[in-house]
Write a protein that binds this ligand. Structure first.
Ligand code: DX5
Ligand code: ZN
Length: 234
């Protein structure tokens, strides 16, 4: 397997830059910049033009980036048939695969399949999907990804109902299970999502849209940790 040589230690607040907002003409350089800046996770948004009305990138891009980076590859599958492609995405170098509950009635089976391939598994829910839809599957996964925009495009505005879902989910998760939020995360929203219980904060435009992406990672992480610290003292 071609995964990075490390596993994420227990959840702590981390910014996960989304490659979707990077300059696609020089991906390896973009990845190197955020890696040098201290990021540990790279969020990879895979879109199939069916589950979402957009097409991004897929297996060959991940495969080419793998030897160029030691980051934890957190692959977000916005595709209608994750079971069919899971093996190829893990073989390409994904450390983790997240699939959407909206595409399956057997989430535990997909999570087991991903684990058998040697990767960790996450389940995601769209803004219109209630937490109840994934409740039964929670013990089977390593991570939950709350979408705070409708998936398909970067640069959208944060939908506040994501905060309620984080608050609802956190007590349902074991301490080793990550709680990730994705969409519209930037300086104005990062504190609120961290205070609501998210530990992995995906940021596309707020990182790669800035002149210094490495500094943006550090700044956002600082704001998030401060807000999480404040909320735990209450
Ligand atoms: C949306 C993707 C997100 C997106 C986030 O479909 O899942 O990961 O890249 O982009 P920003 O941070 O710009 O909202
Ligand atoms: Zn994503």
């Amino acid at each position: 397997m071609a995964q990075s040589n490390w596993r994420l230690s227990e959840p702590r607040i981390r910014i996960a830059p989304s490659l979707l907002a990077a300059d696609f003409s020089r991906l390896a350089d973009e990845v190197a910049r955020i890696e040098a800046g201290g990021a540990e996770i790279l969020h990879l948004d895979v879109m199939d033009g069916h589950f979402v009305p957009n097409i991004s990138f897929g297996i060959p891009v991940i495969e080419k980036l793998r030897p160029r980076s030691r980051l934890f590859f957190d692959t977000h599958l916005m595709i209608t048939d994750p079971a069919r492609y899971a093996e190829a995405f893990v073989k390409a170098g994904s450390d983790h695969l997240t699939f959407h509950i909206e595409v399956t009635s057997t989430p535990e089976t997909i999570a087991d399949q991903i684990h058998a391939l040697g990767a960790s598994a996450g389940i995601s829910l769209n803004p219109g999907t209630p937490v109840a839809a994934i409740r039964k599957a929670l013990p089977a996964v390593d991570m939950v990804l709350v979408m705070s925009v409708w998936p398909g495009f970067g640069g959208q505005k944060f939908i506040p109902s994501g905060l309620e879902k984080l608050v609802e989910l956190r007590p349902l998760l074991r301490p080793d299970q990550r709680l990730e939020i994705d969409g519209g995360i930037g300086p104005d929203t990062v504190g609120a999502v961290a205070a609501a219980g998210a530990d992995t904060l995906v940021a596309g435009s707020a990182v790669f849209g800035r002149p210094d992406p490495a500094a943006a990672v550090r700044e956002l992480e600082g704001l998030a940790r401060e807000a999480a610290g404040r909320s735990s003292q209450v």
